[in-house]
Design a protein around this ligand. Structure first.
Ligand code: GLC
Length: 344
């Protein structure tokens, strides 16, 4: 036992030295020596401020990010916000693909508010559809966009994190995503040697393609996946899906519950195999579903993730999957309680 502790302390000290972060070890079995020291992700409880800065103009999809929302989220017990941004709609279409200073100004303001409230903030590249259909052209543009983001945020606190590409799909195959992630990381590491960077796999960010991916090994890389299963439950009545899912679908069979636990076990296994923290970057149930079922699904997801020490990020704060009602300026209590149970 003492030997194990010594090894743990030795590796942890070494890792903390290299990465400057706290470290945890995973013990795969009672007799095994720790073979992995995995960085502890700073993200535990996160909220997606979705459908604001990826809309054609902020507010057009029903929500504008406000300073007081950061305080509300912090007070409710969240530690991180994820801010989806459609950078591709705010950059020139020809080289050098200059990003509009106005979008930087707005994201800076949101990030400043989040950090001032004591929250970490994830800035991602959301809805880059042209990349998915024409990677030959758009990978170069994305690299130029990330070079600008990297330079712009180089001196910002480490609570600001980067996430390279939301839900790659279409022609962005696993091989392409892996290669692009590696190139983007090399680029941002020039200006941001210690910043947390979040990378995913292909196939709309689902877990299975992540498991087939080869993410860059780096002491400050976190891998991410999204989970909305059963999709016909979480997306019932959604207006943006390729196929229509009728409303009136419930949730909660033993099989559905065990599928959720299995997803989290597989994600934790991937963390062990890669040595990289894993993050459930999106999960949520649409407001068309029955509220009790939404709460039950949300609680089951959150509990299953936490049982495997996987940080999570609910989709979304205030629009179609809302946890908070901007109309009533109030939390939707059963959803908030499913995410962060009130102390009894
Ligand atoms: C993805 C999409 C977002 C959608 C969500 C739920 O993040 O980018 O627009 O609302 O999934 O379907």
């Amino acid at each position: 036992m003492r030997r194990r502790i010594m090894i743990w302390m030795g590796s942890a000290a070494l890792f903390a030295l290299v990465a400057g972060v706290a470290a945890i070890t995973l013990f795969p079995g009672s007799n095994a020596t720790p073979s992995r020291v995995i960085a502890k992700s700073p993200i535990a409880k996160c909220m997606n401020l979705g459908n604001a800065l990826e809309a054609p103009s902020e507010g057009e999809w029903g929500y504008r990010i406000r300073t007081q929302d950061m305080i509300r989220l912090r007070d409710a017990g969240f530690d991180t916000v994820r801010v989806p941004v459609k950078w591709s709609a705010h950059a020139e279409s020809t080289a050098p693909y200059t990003v509009d200073p106005a979008i930087f100004q707005r994201v800076d303001q949101v990030a400043t508010d989040a950090l001032a409230a004591g929250l970490n903030v994830i800035v991602n590249v959301h809805h880059y559809e042209a990349l998915m259909s024409d990677p030959e052209t758009h990978e170069l543009r994305l690299e130029a966009i990330w070079a600008q983001l990297s330079a712009h945020y180089a001196d910002w606190p480490q609570g600001l994190m980067f996430e390279f590409i939301n839900e790659p799909n279409g022609d962005m195959t696993t091989a392409r995503v892996d290669a692009l992630n590696a190139r983007l990381l090399a680029e941002v590491r020039r200006d941001n040697p210690a910043r947390w960077v979040i990378v995913g796999g292909a196939g709309w960010g689902n877990l299975e393609p992540l498991l087939a991916s080869d993410p860059p090994r780096d002491p400050r890389v976190i891998t991410t996946f999204h989970h909305y299963g059963p999709f016909e439950f979480t997306h019932q009545g959604a207006t943006w899906t390729a196929q229509d899912y009728p409303t009136g679908v419930g949730f909660g069979t033993p099989e559905e519950l065990s599928d959720i636990r299995e997803i989290m076990r597989q994600a934790a296994r991937f963390r062990y195999d890669t040595g990289l923290p894993v993050f459930l970057g999106e999960f949520g149930a649409i407001h068309n579903a029955d509220l009790d079922d939404r709460a039950a699904w949300t609680r089951a997801m959150r509990e299953a993730a936490e049982a495997e020490s996987i940080g999570w990020c609910y989709w979304d704060f205030a629009t179609s999957f809302k946890a908070y009602s901007p109309e009533e300026e109030a939390w939707i209590d059963p959803i908030l309680d499913a995410l962060i149970p009130r102390e009894s």
